[in-house]
Design a protein. Structure first.
Length: 507
């Protein structure tokens, strides 16, 4: 008799990230190359703003420009800000911060370095207000992981007039907002210069910011989302559910606009991506995504350094470029589509396990170290068993099942687990000795029982069999032996009374 026990998890629901295929190599803009070339072409001045600097090629390009006589100005985030962001699951490692500190030490005395706790912008430009003006806004930090190629990042090439606008933002941030300045390889309190800068945003201005309370970046993002009538494709490292732009994105999805979100998989985004998914947004997840942009109806876009969080729009120094040129928007769209096609990870809410394949990361974890493989079904053979006859109908080999349970991998989720075993009716062991009881007075003697030696015949004459019979098996197991199932009820009572271990068939 073959018996099974099935643990059915297939109908249980799962909320989290799922992918059916392994990540493929994603296409990236080669931002590091463009940044270095830009610095190499500088004649008089290089201005760089980045959260942190930990890219050897960029540092070498800066040193080379300084040696040519160009003035170099570098604005970074303060050390305290870096430490806080690192501790709250930032986009960089302890090694990256250490490299940043080492490279700043190399540059000390060769260039002007200031830091501002609110700085989160990333851009480079050279020779502003000249015919040689050029530059780039990038979503990536100037690190090996950022512009160096690991992360999914974007950049935007600035026109001359856009360099001039950015130069004004930089001038205000560098001279009026920075808190510390590097002198003799150490940061000291920076003198506030109170440089007069016109931060007013002109009509149709393409470069927008959140610098010092400026709302042009926030308003541009909100406007682009609101004007979408057919589609929105949005990418960012961070999302905050309570942010008004995120709320407007959800509203658009509910109105029927096709909305796609690309997000870094990280616990801090959980509430927001779940909220957006419930609103009808398709959410794709990535391990290293850091690009930030909005594309509306494939006709208008913004590429920026800001996340969809209040701290980015209202407290940090961020910049963005509003884009209407079709060729640039198409290039961004193609890049995002490539990332979507090859990332594999998509957010699933309350989806039955039976409808999932590949790998999953639970939403509450949102940690790639905790990803698990989905196994549709696994079967364990628990062997052949001969339990006591009255137990066969409900018998489970609990010890064998427990042993197999211990072999189940913590790195896998099993939709269906089947334990299989065979039950054979137990039979009396060969060589078993009958256990008899003292014969009751008046109990008739069966002459056929009186076989063997005189001593044995005398012993048999003074004892009689239990009904049904009881035996001691060679294995020292005390059992009740029956001829057929009609004796089973008696055997159960006798087993309990005589403290036997099992009921078996005598033959």
């Amino acid at each position: 008799m073959i018996k099974t026990k099935t643990i059915d998890n297939a109908s249980k629901t799962f909320s989290g990230w799922n992918r059916e295929k392994q990540d493929m190599r994603l296409s990236h803009f080669n931002t590091e190359h463009f940044v270095c070339d830009c610095i190499d072409e500088a004649e008089e001045m290089v201005c760089i703003t980045t959260f942190l600097l930990a890219d050897r090629k960029v540092v070498d390009a800066i040193k080379s420009a300084a040696n040519r006589g160009a003035r170099i100005y570098l604005l970074i985030a303060s050390e305290n800000t870096l430490e806080k962001d690192y501790e709250s699951e930032g986009d960089f490692s302890r090694k990256c911060i250490d490299s940043h500190i080492m490279l700043l030490d190399e540059l000390s005395g060769k260039i002007f370095i200031r830091s501002a706790p609110s700085n989160h912008a990333k851009f480079v430009f050279v020779d502003p207000f000249t015919n040689n003006a050029k530059g780039y806004i990038t979503t990536g930090n100037f690190t090996d992981e950022g512009i160096g190629g690991r992360n999914e990042e974007m950049h935007y090439a600035l026109e001359e007039k856009e360099v001039d606008i950015l130069a004004n933002y930089f001038k205000h941030a560098f001279w009026n907002c920075a808190k510390h300045e590097m002198r003799s390889r150490r940061f000291e309190t920076a003198e506030k210069m109170n440089v007069s800068v016109d931060l007013a945003v002109k009509t149709n201005q393409s470069i927008v910011t959140s610098l010092d309370g400026n709302k042009s970046l926030h308003d541009a993002c909100l406007s682009i989302v609101k004007t979408a009538s057919k589609s929105l494709v949005i990418s960012a490292f961070g999302f905050d559910k309570d942010n008004d732009v995120v709320q407007e994105i959800a509203k658009k999805a509910k109105e029927g606009v096709k909305v796609i979100i690309l997000s870094r998989i990280r616990p801090k985004n959980n509430d927001a991506v779940e909220f957006l998914c419930k609103a009808g947004v398709t959410v794709y997840g990535f391990h290293y995504l850091h690009a930030k942009c909005i594309i509306a109806d494939t006709s208008k876009a913004i590429m920026m350094t800001a996340n969809f969080e209040d701290v980015s729009f209202h407290k940090s120094f961020e910049v963005g470029a509003i884009i209407t040129e079709k060729t640039i928007i198409n290039a961004y769209s193609d890049m995002l589509n490539n990332w979507i096609e090859n990332s594999g990870w998509q957010l699933q809410l309350n989806t039955k396990l039976e409808n999932l394949n590949g790998e999953v990361i639970q939403l509450k974890d949102s940690n790639f170290d905790k990803k698990k493989e989905i196994v549709n079904s696994i079967t364990f053979d628990c062997g052949i068993h001969s339990p006591s006859l009255e137990l066969i109908g409900n018998f489970e080999p609990k010890e064998e099942i427990k042993k197999h349970e211990l072999t189940l991998s913590d790195e896998k989720i099993y939709a269906t687990i089947v334990y299989s075993w065979e039950c054979e009716p137990p039979r009396l062991e060969y060589g078993s000795m009958e256990i008899r009881k003292k014969r009751d007075k008046g109990s008739p003697i069966n002459p056929n029982e009186l076989q063997g030696s005189l001593f044995k015949r005398m012993q048999l004459a003074s004892t009689e069999s239990y009904n049904p019979k009881i035996f001691m098996e060679p294995s020292r197991r005390k059992v009740v032996a029956i001829q057929d199932d009609s004796e089973l009820e008696k055997a159960i009572e006798l087993k309990k009374k005589m403290k036997c271990e099992a009921i078996v068939y005598e033959k």
